[in-house]
Design a protein around this ligand. Structure first.
Ligand SMILES: [Zn+2]
Length: 301
C-alpha cells in the first residue's frame, strides 16, 4: 500500500508593524506622529510568538525598518525563537506611489535597521499592502540590486489598493535585468468561475474558519500548491486604541473579527503544516528537481 503523501509545508508569515501604520489609515495618521502614538507592536508580536511556540512552528517575519530601529530587542527575540527575519520596507509607503530612487532609499534604510538589530543578513521582502503591481514591477530589479533573493509582494487578485489578477499564482523565478528573484505570490484559491484571495489579513478574519479551512485544503490538494498565510500583530490585539477618522470601509477592514483571529490561527496551526518562506521555496525546488530528473528508483519502476 503506498504511504499517504506528506502534507505540503505552507508559509507562515507575519508583517510586523504597529496598528497605526497600516495603509488603511495612512491618510489619517501622519508618519511624523508615529513616535508619539501608543505602541502595541511588542506586546502583540509576543502574542504571535507564544502562539507559534505552542505549536512548535517557525515562520518568516517581515519587519518594518521603523519598528526594528525603535525595538531592536523585538527583532532579536523573533530571531532567538527560531524564526526567519525579512523586510517590510521602512516607512510603509506604497511602492507604486514612490519613485524608484525613493524606493531604493527606503529599502536600504529598512534592511540596515533590521540587520543592525539582528546581526544577520536579510534577503526576503514584502511590500506594504502588496504594492508591487503592474505599475511597480521595476521594484523587483531594485530588490535584486540591493541583495534580495526572494519577494512575496504580488497578489494575483483584484483589489482597490493592490493586485495583479493575471500574475502567476505559483512560486516562480522572475528574471530581471539585474538577475533572478524568486517570487512567492500571495494565495488565491481557484474555484469554478472565480479565484478567491484566501489565507491572511482581512480575508482570514472575514471568512468563517470552516470556509477558510476548505479553501486552504483545496489549494494544497487540488491546486497542489503551498499557501501563504499572513497576519499582522495588531490582528491579535482586540484592545488596541481605536483610530479616529478614515472611511467606513477602512474601519471595517481593520477591525472586523479581531477577537477571533487568535483562535482561528490556533485551529489552522493544528490542521496544516507550516514553515518559513525558505522552507517553502526549498520544497518547491526539490519538487521541480524530482519532476525534471527522475530518480534511479523511478527509472527502474
Ligand atoms: Zn504592512
Amino acid at each position: 500500500m503506498p504511504a499517504a503523501p506528506t502534507p505540503l509545508i505552507n508559509a507562515l508569515t507575519v508583517d510586523v508593524e504597529d496598528y497605526f501604520q497600516v495603509s488603511s489609515f495612512e491618510r489619517v495618521v501622519d508618519r511624523r506622529e508615529w513616535s508619539s502614538r501608543e505602541s502595541r507592536v511588542v506586546i502583540s508580536t509576543q502574542r504571535l510568538l507564544d502562539l507559534f511556540a505552542a505549536h512548535d512552528v517557525r515562520g518568516t517575519f517581515f519587519i518594518l525598518g521603523w519598528v526594528a530601529e525603535r525595538f531592536p530587542q523585538l527583532v532579536r527575540d523573533i530571531a532567538a525563537a527560531g524564526h526567519e527575519l525579512a523586510c517590510h520596507s521602512h516607512w510603509h509607503r506604497l511602492v507604486y506611489e514612490m519613485t524608484p530612487a525613493a524606493f531604493r532609499e527606503d529599502l536600504r534604510q529598512s534592511k540596515r535597521a533590521i540587520e543592525d538589530a539582528a546581526g544577520a543578513s536579510v534577503t526576503a521582502f514584502r511590500a506594504p499592502s502588496f504594492s508591487i503591481t503592474g505599475r511597480s514591477l521595476w521594484a523587483l530589479e531594485i530588490l535584486v540590486e540591493e541583495g534580495f533573493t526572494v519577494d512575496s509582494s504580488i497578489f494575483p487578485t483584484r483589489h482597490d489598493r493592490y493586485g495583479m489578477p493575471d500574475a502567476k499564482p505559483e512560486i516562480h523565478v522572475v528574471d530581471t535585468p539585474a538577475g533572478p528573484i524568486t517570487e512567492l505570490p500571495m494565495t488565491v484559491c481557484p474555484l469554478p468561475g472565480v479565484t478567491l484571495p484566501v489565507g491572511g489579513g482581512g480575508y482570514f478574519r472575514l471568512y468563517p474558519w470552516a470556509i477558510t479551512r476548505r479553501l486552504l485544503a483545496r489549494v494544497n490538494r487540488q491546486a497542489g500548491r503551498p499557501f501563504v498565510f499572513y497576519v499582522h500583530p495588531w490582528e491579535v490585539d482586540p484592545d488596541q486604541p481605536r483610530i479616529r477618522g478614515g472611511t467606513r470601509l477602512s474601519h471595517f477592514r481593520h477591525y472586523v473579527n479581531l477577537r477571533t483571529t487568535a483562535t482561528k490561527i490556533d485551529r489552522m496551526l493544528r490542521q496544516f503544516r507550516f514553515g518559513t518562506v525558505s522552507d517553502v521555496i526549498a520544497q518547491s525546488q526539490t519538487a521541480q528537481r524530482l519532476t525534471a530528473q527522475p530518480t534511479t528508483a523511478e527509472l527502474a519502476a
